[in-house]
Structure formats: C-alpha cells, structure tokens
Design a binder for this molecule. Structure first.
Ligand code: C5P
Length: 233
C-alpha cells in the first residue's frame, strides 16, 4: 500500500456540491474518501458515486447497529454500491457482525467495527451499563468483533498499539483523531500525530479538520502523507 492510500479524508460537508468540490480538489492526494452520516443523509448513494467517479475508494461510515437481518441487508446494499469500507457497532453483537460479514462475502467490502465511541468515558459507560473501564471494554468488544468476522476496527490512536499487539497483524486498524504537530485538537481528546499513529500500527488514518480547515489543504494532505512515509520507512 502506498503511503497516500493510507490517508482517508472525511467528507464532513452538508451537501453534494461541496462534497464534489473536495473530491475534485483532493482526489490525487488521498486514497479513500469517507462519507459519513451527515453527507449520506443529505445526498445518499450519489455521494458514493461522486467518490467512485474519480477512481477513489469510498468508506461509508454509517456505524450500523441493528438486528442481524437488517445489518446483513445493509451490508449487501453497501457491497452492491462498491463501497470498500463500512462501519458497524461491535455492540450490535456477534450474530449481527457474522451476518453482515456473510452478506459482504465475495465483494470487496471490508467491515470495520467501532468498539466504544471516543466521546464516551468511564462515567458514560457506567450509566449505559457497559462494563468498563473504557480500555478494557475496547479490547473486549474488539476481540468479539474480529472473532465474529469483522475485517478490522476503528480505534483511537491511544488504543491502536495495544489492539495491534492483542489481535496480531491481520485486522485492519482505521484510526481517526489524527493531529499533525501544532494543529488544534478541537473536540478530540485522544489524538496523535500521523507519524505516531502509523508507528502504533494504524493501517489507515482518518483526517478531517486538519486538512479541511488548512489554508492549503493539498499541502496539508501531502505533509500527512510524508509523515506516514517517513514513519513506515
Ligand atoms: O477530528 P477530525 O475532523 O479529523 O475527524 C475526522 C473524522 O473522524 C470525522 O468524520 C469524525 O466523525 C471521525 N471520527 C470518528 N471517531 C472518532 C473521532 C472522529 O469516526 N473517535
């Protein structure tokens, strides 16, 4: 995989015209575009088609959490659209992940499980009734998801090295919370530089605001790719 192919740009924009502008501007700089809940709710499969129209790969970040039959049908629909990565919640349970994996079999779709949202801490877990502490819940749900057939996990840079050690080299680790040195952390708490995330075992790095809000987004993306290349040398 080329370093550039490891960079996932989050299309966190409200409509298709804006998404098209970002895709056109960044298509030569990143490997994957992430279509999340905001854009997919507004524009639907047209947003995925806009990504594919430039020859890039699409990550559909819908974080599915439903009964096994519905998860399977949604995974089949995403596979049909040619999506490369689709997120599901590990909390949907092993059967739901197993069924989704079965539905994706034979396509190029990779299922990535979300363990514990990084917006939740120990107190929130206790109120939900999910056994913590957070780090332990991440490891427990990560193992459950991979054993049930998830191709990988979405995890914070802080959890990445431990999950890599625990799960071995095979699961894909997709890591948001990336902040190049000196860039504002915003609402993110558990962050790391592109180099640190790559060294911790991240396969794919999700970057949004550090590129979207940069004065020169192309230069910002190239600098992230250069850091990844250097870290993996
Ligand atoms: O913080 P930044 O703007 O770089 O976020 C990039 C993307 O990563 C956003 O689309 C956000 O939804 C996603 N993200 C995530 N899980 C997290 C943190 C961010 O999926 N824990």
């Amino acid at each position: 995989m080329r370093p550039r192919d490891r960079l996932v740009l989050a299309l966190d924009v409200p409509d298709l015209p804006q998404a098209r502008r970002w895709i056109g501007r960044m298509k030569g700089e990143v490997g994957v575009f992430k279509v999340g809940l905001e854009l997919f709710t507004a524009a639907g499969p047209d947003a995925i088609a806009a990504v594919h129209g430039t020859g890039s790969a699409c990550f559909l970040d819908l974080k599915l959490h439903d009964i096994p039959a519905t998860m399977a049908r949604a995974a089949a629909a995403a596979a049909q659209l040619g999506v490369r990565y689709l997120t599901v919640h590990a909390c949907a349970g092993a059967d739901a992940i197993r069924e989704a994996r079965r539905a994706a079999e034979g396509s190029g779709l990779k299922l990535l499980a979300v363990t514990v949202l990084t917006s939740l801490g120990d107190t929130s877990l206790e109120r939900i009734g999910l056994r913590g502490p957070t780090g332990e819940a991440v490891r427990r749900l990560g193992t459950l998801a991979v054993e049930a057939g998830a191709h990988g996990l979405v995890c914070s840079p802080v959890e990445c090295a431990a999950l890599r050690r625990q799960l071995g080299p095979n699961p894909i680790l997709m890591v948001p919370g990336i902040r190049p040195a000196g860039s504002p952390t915003g609402d993110q708490r558990r962050v790391a530089t592109p180099a640190a995330a790559a060294r911790a075992g991240a396969d794919l790095l999700v970057v949004g605001r550090p590129i979207r809000d940069a004065a020169d987004p192309v230069a910002a993306a190239r600098s992230v790719v250069a850091e990844i290349r250097e870290a993996l040398r």
